[in-house]
Design a protein around this ligand. Structure first.
Ligand SMILES: Cc1ncc(COP(=O)(O)O)c(C=O)c1O
Length: 412
């Protein structure tokens, strides 16, 4: 039987319906901050989820959430995990239940999705300089007054102050201090103090502390080298917070840190909370940095995130194709997706729709129809390719969590 494209799509839809035994999922609406995802996991297993699909292994995920929370509790630090990693309110809720002070957001839709889900203590860590986005942030502050912004330039202060005055709301802000990342924020020391003094001239804005992200330290390979790099960077932030406090500010918060430096930053006096992100999922980029005690593989947290794919071609003796190409697996880093439980297979890019698995001598070749899970090179951009996360325990899907705030250029 010959099928045209439309007929082919209808046939695949019917097959997925048959396999699942209930109507296929509706296409998610591409509007922020909510997404229209069928959330019923009944009858779903790793054998019948339509692939490619994003999976989180609940045992590993729960271990990660608990380990970080326990570490912070024992170190006497707060934590405000970063939603840029997962963009998923269901995960944010679990982090809050584990004791988080709030949740960080990198984009306005992330902040909107978090506040809509009832999350308190949202901290916007990115600079916001577009008036339309500032207005959206002010609406969030109006709705949930514990929402904070970080600011690193007088223009942001002026725009924020105008919008806050017009809406009649008070806004808590952190001074975003650039401690070596050279990406966002104002320089440490006196430039940061001058910005704080400028903020203080705007009566609706209130300086609550300092925010610093040392992205250049988070992935330094080798624990000693990473420790040196993070201490050096965070030291500038600690000194800036002290300067603010000596100058009459009540800078109670110093928020910073990352998954790679959590057990370094939590020993630095003056760091009050960690804005860790990737620890919930882990990825290959983080695995290779090495741990304090775990040698070359950083194993403080477990790999909970995978992409599930199906072998769709096995014509050749030396390779198979899977249905996960660049639209399903982010390959923008130097690391390759890793086929879990299939030693000797190497993932190669096979275009938008396909990945090609080639074989080392002696390795076992998968068959057409086999399902393979891949550990992803970099978790954040990989999550951003999906509308939903299948939360699995063993083979079974326990829940389906919407990725509520995918980065969409026209939305934010
Ligand atoms: C501002 C900010 N804070 C915290 C993080 C969390 O870092 P990680 O995912 O390495 O824990 C990031 C990650 O890029 C970030 O940009």
């Amino acid at each position: 039987m010959r099928l045209d494209r439309r007929g082919f799509l209808a046939a695949s839809f019917a097959t997925s319906l048959l396999a699942h035994g209930k109507p296929a999922m509706t296409a998610p609406a591409r509007t922020a901050p909510t997404c229209n995802v069928e959330l019923d996991p009944t009858g779903l297993t790793k054998q019948n989820i339509p692939t490619p699909a994003l999976l989180v292994d609940l045992d590993a995920f729960e271990f990660n959430v608990k380990s970080m929370a326990e570490h912070c509790r024992k170190s006497g630090r707060g934590f405000r995990p970063h939603a840029k990693t997962h963009k998923c309110p269901e995960i944010a809720k679990r982090q809050m239940a584990a004791g988080a002070l709030g949740i960080c957001a990198a984009t306005v839709p992330e902040a909107e999705a978090l506040v809509a889900a009832g999350i308190t203590g949202v901290l916007m860590t990115s600079p916001i300089v577009e008036p339309v986005k500032i207005a959206r942030m002010i609406s969030l502050v109006k709705r949930e007054k514990t929402t904070m912004l970080s600011v690193g330039h007088p223009l942001e202060v002026e725009l924020l102050s105008q919008a806050a005055a017009a809406a009649g709301v008070d806004v808590d802000v952190l001074v975003d201090v650039d401690i070596g990342d050279r990406r966002t924020g104002i320089l440490p020391g006196h430039p940061a103090l001058e910005l704080a003094q400028f903020i203080a001239k705007h009566k609706r804005l209130h300086v609550r502390g300092v925010q610093s992200y040392a992205g250049h330290a988070s992935h330094v390979v080798g624990w000693e080298a990473r420790e040196k790099s993070s201490r050096e960077a965070m030291g500038k932030s600690v000194a800036t917070r002290e300067l603010l406090n000596k100058s009459g500010f009540d800078a109670g918060i110093l928020s910073g840190g990352s998954t790679g430096t959590y057990n370094i930053d939590s020993t630095i006096d003056g760091v009050t909370e960690l804005q860790v992100g990737s620890y919930v999922f882990m990825d290959i980029d983080y695995r290779r940095i090495g741990g304090k005690t775990s040698g070359e593989n950083y194993s403080d947290f477990q790999h909970s995130l995978t992409v599930l794919a199906t072998v769709v071609n096995a014509t050749h003796a030396d390779r198979v194709s899977v249905d996960a190409g660049t639209k399903a697996l982010d390959t923008t880093t130097n690391w390759k997706p890793e086929a879990k439980g299939w030693p000797g297979l190497t993932y190669n890019r096979g275009g938008d729709e396909f990945g090609i698995l080639t074989l080392e001598p002696g390795a076992k070749l998968p068959k057409i129809g086999d399902r393979i899970e891949f550990i992803v090179p970099h978790c954040d951009p990989n999550v951003n390719l999906y509308d939903r996360i299948y939360a699995t325990r063993g083979d079974k899907v326990e829940a389906i969590w919407p990725v509520a705030a995918r980065r969409e250029p026209s939305i934010g």
